[in-house]
Design a protein. Structure first.
Length: 245
């Protein structure tokens, strides 16, 4: 069961992340979130909002997530190199980048199926609800992609339950709060903070649970759009690419 989250908004970056775990761990996600909150007794709420944590708390959150039976993947999209007018329609850019995320999610489900025999093999996709987003429109977008039968669309459709795509409020879902921490961790590695610095440590801590095949992360668990060499990355931002090479 993946949960998808986004970070970036109107900044120069859009970060889309998902975490995948088995259905048997659906309720465990609450305990995982609470384990993080328990390390921060000064917090007044169990809800986890990564952006509100200080550096030390973020490190602890990433450390705890990195020990759990889940896999994470992220699409890191740089907006500035993309020519104006290519993504002119509402949510078009978000949809297109989400396609990359779902491709990788489907590959992981396909690869894990021989070791996870329960259920029918399909994955239940739950998004963090965002304003101005119609999830029926997104489901229709997936149906159109499937009907195209285009070899450039590499989604392994047998594992994707299009009709089951759903959205929940971040504040009410522990698993969405976990995936927000993952998305925010990668956002910190490429989006400079108010002091002009990027922070790689959180993404580095999450590397053990990041999707990879035979040591290849950049084609699987960390997808950079456009290609890293076309993103105009600073030396600090390039440290993320070097970490996952």
């Amino acid at each position: 069961m993946p949960r998808a989250g986004a970070r970036g908004g109107s900044s120069s970056w859009l970060i889309l992340s998902a975490c995948l775990f088995r259905q048997v761990h659906r309720l465990d996600a609450v305990a995982w979130r609470d384990e993080i909150s328990a390390r921060m007794p000064e917090k007044k709420s169990r809800a986890l909002h990564f952006v509100e944590l200080n550096h030390s708390q973020r490190v602890v959150a990433a450390q705890i997530i990195s020990t759990k039976p889940l896999r994470a993947m992220s699409v890191i999209a740089a907006k500035r190199p993309i020519p104006q007018g290519i993504y002119a329609n509402k949510n078009q850019f978000y949809f297109y980048m989400t396609r990359y995320l779902i491709e990788r999610l489907s590959w992981l489900c396909r690869d894990l199926r021989p070791r996870v025999p329960e259920g029918d093999g399909r994955v239940a996709i739950t998004f963090s609800r965002r304003g101005g987003m119609s999830y029926e429109t997104f489901r229709e977008y997936l149906r159109r992609l499937k009907a195209l039968n285009d070899p450039e669309i590499k989604i392994h459709w047998p594992v994707i339950d299009i009709d089951g795509v759903d959205a929940q409020d971040h504040s009410r879902s522990a698993s969405l709060q976990l995936v927000d921490a993952i998305a925010s961790s990668f956002a910190c590695a490429v989006a400079p903070n108010p002091y002009g610095n990027c922070e790689l440590r959180y993404a580095e801590i999450l590397k053990p649970i990041t999707y990879q095949r035979k040591g290849n992360y950049l084609s699987y668990g960390v997808k950079v759009v456009p290609k890293p060499e076309e993103c105009g990355l600073t030396d600090e931002q390039n440290r993320l690419i070097d970490l996952f090479k």
